[in-house]
Write a new protein. Structure first.
Length: 580
């Protein structure tokens, strides 16, 4: 990928208003000259996330996350720095030139995006403009899914022939076929002959949060197996990260701070058709921790929607425990037996579906109820297994306070213990042992920075006008800690380039240390008399440097004296006298 010029980065930065950007993800309220809201990076009830328009930065006083517009997009969208620049450039209407060089590992992700987009358009043509798409159109009509919602989700059709996409390529260069193979659209290298992966299937394009096509799901319209076939893992697609329809659902979720998670593509289409748009689906895999973290970006509460016939077996789904481990509020919506979400929505409508929220069961309560039914509670072995399974679920919750709340509020668990004549103290001791066995206590130790270096950077980041005087006395090489040295270099680079050390520009220049830059600036802003503080810090750094130099010279002098090198000894002695 071609390097993006500093001029382009600066233009994108200047064109981006950080308050407007973050408001697309987090509801913000004015707090004096700044804005505040609930942090999107950790679970909190009281706002500790602040956006500072004057400095074009954000900072959370709860979890310590901070940065500028680029850093926010990188953290929220899980993209690289160049990708964040391109996203914000597109948002601002600024063109960023794209090079043709492959990215690391010889993979050009832009080519994969273009290949998937091209395939999506081909499949769309086959569905709507080709006689061969009739079976797919009939299937949609039979399910009650209209043309409008099908086109909104860019549904398509892959004809049954083995080389539909390959023939559509025209000139079949090895390079073009290689890109289609990397995108998961064709296969067969091991057989020596390439052919289309998807054949005779209704096609559901899978898009990332930006709306770029990254993969496909194909439903057979015949007797082929599997019933649903997804693209393989590629450099732009991972089932454990991606969610179906997230680009279409995120705005509704951000508005309501709630989101429904379903298991089928048609379930999501039916929900949108009925006016319920804060809906996504997993992609043929169990929920992962990354899924849950992605959901937290858009919602505070998740509703997992299960078919009535299968809700029980889902109680052992690892995905449920992940919500507890991540401390994400979630509840189970169980549909009537024999109905899937698509049928329920199309028969009863969106309002009836939303009404199910009132009957949703908290994940922990749901698991306790199911576990108590799954084991034979008339036997000691069954009772022991049931309690151990329930307590092992509680033990996965990171914070002790939440564990206590789960134990206190769940009447089923309490009734179960009373029925078995087990005292609460016994349950708590068993839970304590499980916690110890899982080694859930993680101690976060703050990085210890040299005080004088930390204070130096706090001062010049809080008062950028002091950069010039600081640079006249100390250089980045005088800063001992690697992270702080990199930040010092970033400050001077921006100052020499722009004539001022604008905080947002320093954050960009510091790259992955942008959050630390913001934290240092925020700490510095709480202090006073920055000029004297800076002078004291510089004196201490230079004094330390002199002591280290004298120690080094004394050591070298002793070595040369022992070796009998008179000339070197005299030279080192003069240097030491000058330092003294």
């Amino acid at each position: 990928m071609a390097r993006i010029s500093p001029e382009t980065i600066a233009a994108v930065e200047q064109a981006t208003d950080i308050v407007s950007l973050i408001s697309e993800y987090v509801p913000l309220k004015r707090a004096g000259k700044d804005f505040k809201g609930l942090c999107p990076f950790h679970n909190e009830k009281t706002p500790s996330f602040f956006v500072v328009p004057a400095k074009q930065i954000y900072h959370c006083f709860g979890c310590g996350e901070g940065g500028n517009a680029f850093g926010f997009v990188m953290a929220m969208e899980k993209v690289s720095f160049p990708e964040a620049i391109r996203m914000l450039a597109e948002r601002a209407g600024i063109r960023v030139e794209t090079g043709d060089e492959p990215q690391a590992g010889g993979i050009d992700k832009e080519k994969l995006y273009r290949a998937n987009e091209w395939a999506a358009k081909e499949y769309e043509k086959y569905l709507w403009d080709d006689p061969r798409g009739a079976p797919a159109r009939e299937y949609l009509s039979g399910r009650g899914l209209g043309v409008e919602v099908a086109k909104r989700f860019r549904l398509g059709y892959a004809p049954p022939s083995r080389d539909t996409l390959l023939r559509a390529l025209g000139r079949r260069s090895n390079q073009a076929i290689a890109v289609l193979e990397q995108a998961g659209l064709v296969t067969g290298r091991d057989r020596g002959e390439f052919y289309d992966r998807f054949r005779g299937r209704l096609m559901f394009p899978i898009m990332d949060v930006r709306g770029r096509v990254i993969a496909f799901g194909g439903r057979t319209l015949g007797d082929d197996t599997p019933k649903y076939l997804n693209s393989p893992e590629t450099p732009v697609f991972s089932k454990g990260i991606s969610l179906y329809a997230v680009s279409l659902a995120k705005q509704a979720a951000l508005k309501s701070r709630e989101i429904f998670v379903m298991e089928g593509y048609t379930d999501v289409l039916a929900a949108f058709q009925c006016g319920v748009e804060a809906v996504v689906a997993t992609l043929g895999t169990a929920l992962t921790a990354q899924h849950v973290r992605n959901l937290r970006r858009y919602a505070d509460r998740v509703y997992l929607v299960y078919d009535g016939d299968f809700a029980g077996e889902k109680a052992s789904d690892r995905g449920l425990d992940i919500f507890l481990e991540e401390e994400m509020d979630a509840a189970i919506v169980s549909l009537p037996a024999g109905e899937d979400p698509c049928d329920f929505l199309l028969k009863r409508g969106g309002e009836a579906f939303r009404a199910l929220e009132s009957t949703a069961q908290e994940i922990f309560d749901f698991k306790v109820a199911i576990v108590s039914k799954r084991h034979d509670l008339t036997t000691v072995a069954g009772q022991s297994r049931a309690l151990d399974e329930i307590l092992s679920t509680v033990a996965k919750v990171p914070t002790a306070m939440r564990q206590e709340l789960y134990l206190a509020r769940n009447t089923v668990l309490r009734d179960l213990a009373e029925k078995m004549n087990i005292q609460e103290s016994v349950l708590r001791e068993r839970l304590r042992r499980m916690r110890s066995g899982r080694a859930q206590e993680v101690v976060n130790k703050d990085v210890k920075y040299p005080s004088e270096e930390k204070w130096l950077l706090e001062s010049i980041l809080a008062e950028p006008k002091l950069v010039e005087s600081a640079a006249a006395r100390v250089s980045p090489d005088d800063v001992r800690h690697e992270d702080l040295q990199k930040i010092m270099r970033a400050v001077l680079t921006v100052f020499q380039r722009d004539g001022e050390a604008r905080l947002s520009s320093v954050v960009t220049e510091a790259g992955e240390l942008g959050g630390l830059v913001v934290a240092l600036a925020e700490n510095g802003a709480k202090q006073s008399n920055h000029e004297k503080r800076l002078s004291d810090c510089v004196d201490r750094i230079l004094d330390r440097k002199k002591k280290e130099t004298r120690t080094r010279l004394k050591r070298e002098l002793a070595q040369k004296a022992d070796s009998g090198d008179r000339e070197a000894t005299e030279r080192l002695l003069r240097a030491l006298q000058e330092e003294m």
